[in-house]
Design a protein around this ligand. Sequence first.
Ligand code: ZN
Length: 311
Amino acid sequence: MLDQIKGLHHVTSMAKDARENNDFFTHKLGLRRVKKTVNFDAPDVYHLYYGDEFGTPGSVMTYFPFPNAARGRPGTGEVGVTVFSVPEGTLDFWQQRLGEQGVGGIERGELFGQKRLSFTGPDGDGFALVEVRDDDRAPWTDGGVADDEAIRGFHSVSMRLQDGGATAELLRFMNYEEIDKAGSVRRFAVKGGGNGADVIDIETLPLLNNARQGAGSVHHIAFSVENREKQLEVRKALLDTGYQVTPVIDRDYFWAIYFRTPGGVLFEVATNEPGFDRDEDTKHLGEALKLPSQHEHLRPWLETNLQPIEG
Ligand code: ZN
C-alpha cells in the first residue's frame, strides 16, 4: 500500500485550436495560463498549462492543441469528466457567466449530495463545476472571476470504464478508499485527505464502446507526489505489482512516470518539484514561450509557425 500519493497533480487533454483553448480557460473559466511551452515529444505542438497563481499541483489543466486533430469519440477507457471545485452558492453565477459566453452543454445536476454544473469545452470536452464547502485553496483572481466565485482547483475526475474492478483495486493500492456509491458510479478519495483534488469517480458502463481519442479527449491524468524520492518508491511498488512503468522522465517543471491502467486510462505520477517558476518569475508565468533545452534550437521556427495566442 502506498501513502505517497496526495491527489491529482494535473490533467492533460487534447484540443484542436490553441487560441480557442487559451481563451476558454483564461477568459471564460478565469484560470491563469502558467506555462506556454511545447509538447516535449512532438515540439511542433504547444503544451499549454492553466491553473492557479503558481500552477499548484491539483489545479493544473494542460492541453496539447493539435491544429488538425479530429474530434475524439467519447466512450469507455477514458476520463469522461474533469471537475473543478468552486465555493458553495456560486453555481447560479457560473451558469449565467458560461451561458453568456456561449459555452455549450450547460446543465445543473447533483451527485453524491453535491450540486454540480456540467458544461463542455471547445472540442466537446466534458467538464463540471461542483460546489465544495471550505475549500481553502487560494484561487487566481486576475482572470476576471472574483475570489468569492473563482475556481479553487480540481475536485475530481470521472473515468468511464467497461469494467471498473481492476482499476478500483489499483486506486486502493494507490492510497484511495471507496467512500460512496450511486448507481453505476463508485467514488474514491485519498485516504486521510490530499491536496484538495482528492476524488476519483469510476463509472462502469459495460455496454459502451471504447473511446477514440482526439480533440476534446483527456490524454492522461497525473497524480501528485512530493518529490523524486517518493516517486521512486511509487515506481518500485507499481513495478513489483506487475505494472509496466516508464523510467523517470524530466518534464522541466516536474518529473514524470507513466503507466497504462487496466481500464485503459493512462496514469502519470508527477512530482511537486521543481514547479513552474523554475524558468520564469511567478509574476510572469505563462507569458513567454519556454522551450526545454533539447528543443531550444527550434525556437526560430516555432516562433514563426506556432499559432499566436493572446494574453
Ligand atoms: Zn502529464
